[in-house]
Design a protein around this ligand. Structure first.
Ligand code: ATP
Length: 461
């Protein structure tokens, strides 16, 4: 798919995200700042619902999981041990004519339709030269040699700013879990198999910008390190793969758009013996949403070696000592939000020929659950509507809206993905019932006010 098409297919979603306060371009008043975004008032609610549901599903509702909130800045030695200082690189190539900068593997994939995973820098250079690859931006055929570029952002810890004071912003949250493995086994009553879940920011100095919030330089990960005995890795891997599919269904992604992609053996990361990505059919192509990796005992062993500490686990019954192996399910928050927006987005033509834009979010993750309207901005309708709103607001994020035609108020909520709207009309004053309008079917039913909470509780689970 060409860049133009990518932009065209994402365009209405990006426009809606901005218009309705989900996602704004970062530092916009200064002309923007590449690959950074703000989550607006509705975006932050959507993101929070995703993270809260993830924590509830994978930490609170399981007896074999605990949580952690580790630091973004880890001891620099940790990144040596993890292999990130040496190996967390992409090959970068510049167009001498227009100064465009590209990830060399992406350039090859786009222009030559070849899979460049696992190729060395030399092999990529040869392919670019041999095939006379042209710059996708300006058409020139004048590239620099491709070279390695480490994706970790670095900063300085002290005032001197000398090289010795370098600290790295974590490119994945996982390492903090390994560093605290012994603290967790010492302080908690966990027994292998058990897992540690963490949600937090990660930073990657990505070379190529990417498709709205798909590839950004600052993002959140929801990660699990699940510690096991080596001989249990295959069945644990399968179980997590199924749990990851269940999660996709739980948040309302269409199962037909979620697929598995096995990484070929020769293209696995330095720490992995098996990796399967869950990929999603984004408008710009099928791309990685989540990853599941068998990291073996690589990380704990390396940290034990580099720190000089004993990171063995002792079985409390048999007193057997061993370094556990690890299965790692990892979930990107921004990619989840993007998949949810793409999956939910619809522009429908109604029977009367009007167009309606709607986000069909699952009620579980929709930012606003219920909107309450008085039919007109008139007493006693307003007072009654306020009364209902205040009652519901204690339980869910609700909106109150009294301005403009009722049809327009419905359309606004449709674009926010609000699953239910309640209207207080003149019949309400007579019989204490309201109309409950369903976003997807647009059907309305009359419901007694005293049954509202029970009814909505059932629908919002
Ligand atoms: P890609 O191949 O797309 O660069 P990756 O394989 O490097 O991704 P992982 O290292 O497996 O990604 O990271 C775990 C998860 O973090 C990914 O599945 C994705 O959801 C998310 N993620 C990784 N990089 C980014 C990024 N630059 N922007 C947003 N989310 C990201």
């Amino acid at each position: 798919m060409s860049t133009k098409n990518i932009q065209d297919t994402l365009k209405p979603i990006v426009a809606l995200a901005k218009r309705r306060g989900f996602v704004y371009p970062g530092s916009e008043i200064y002309g923007g700042f590449a690959n950074t975004y703000s989550f607006g008032p509705y975006g932050v609610e959507l993101k929070k619902n995703v993270k809260d549901l993830w924590w509830k599903t994978f930490v609170h509702e399981r007896r074999d999981m605990v949580g952690l909130d580790g630091p973004i800045l880890l001891h620099p030695k940790a990144w040596k041990a993890s292999g990130h200082l040496e190996g967390f690189n992409d090959a970068l190539i510049d167009c001498k004519a227009c100064k465009g900068r590209f990830r060399c593997d992406h350039l090859i994939e786009e222009t030559l339709q070849l899979n460049a995973d696992g190729l060395s820098v030399q092999q990529m250079n040869d392919l670019v030269t041999k095939n006379k690859v042209k710059c996708p931006k300006c058409g020139a055929q004048d590239f620099t040699e491709a070279r390695h570029f480490n994706l970790m952002f670095h900063t300085h810890m002290s005032k001197t700013g000398s090289d010795g004071d370098v600290a790295y912003l974590r490119p994945e949250t996982a390492q903090a879990i390994f560093l605290d493995f012994r603290n967790i086994t010492d302080t908690m009553r966990v027994r292998v198999p058990f897992g540690v879940g963490q949600i937090g920011k990660a930073f990657r100095n990505e070379i190529t910008p990417g498709n709205f919030i798909f590839r950004v330089v600052e993002f959140e990960q929801m990660e699990i390190e699940y510690f096991i005995r080596e001989n249990a890795w295959e069945k644990t891997f399968e179980a997590w793969l199924q749990d990851m599919h269940k999660w996709c269904k739980l948040i309302g992604l269409s199962p037909s758009r979620v697929h598995e992609k096995e990484h070929p053996k020769e293209q696995l990361s330095h720490y992995s013996k098996r990796t399967v990505d869950l990929v999603y059919d984004f408008p710009f192509g099928t791309s990685e949403l989540y990853g599941l990796a068998y990291r073996t005992d690589f990380d704990l062993k390396r940290h034990a070696e580099f720190s000089g500490q004993n990171l063995e686990y002792t079985d409390p019954e048999t007193r057997e000592k061993f370094i556990p192996h690890v299965i790692e399910p990892t979930f990107g928050v921004e990619r989840t939000v993007l998949a949810l927006l793409c999956d939910a987005y619809d522009c429908e033509t109604l029977e009367n020929g009007e167009e309606r834009t709607v986000l069909h979010f699952h009620p579980r993750i929709a930012p606003v659950k219920v909107a309450v309207f008085p039919l007109m901005k008139k007493e006693p309708l307003v007072e009654k509507a306020m009364h209902v709103f205040k009652k519901l607001q204690k339980l869910w994020l609700c909106e109150y809206d009294e301005g403009g035609a009722i049809g327009k108020r419905y359309r606004r909520q449709d674009e926010l993905g609000t699953p239910f709207c309640l209207t207080i009309d003149f019949d309400t004053l007579e019989n204490d019932t309201v109309t409950l309008r369903d976003r997807d079917s647009m059907k309305q039913e009359r419901v007694p006010i005293n049954q509202l909470i029970d009814l909505l509780s059932e629908k919002l689970i």
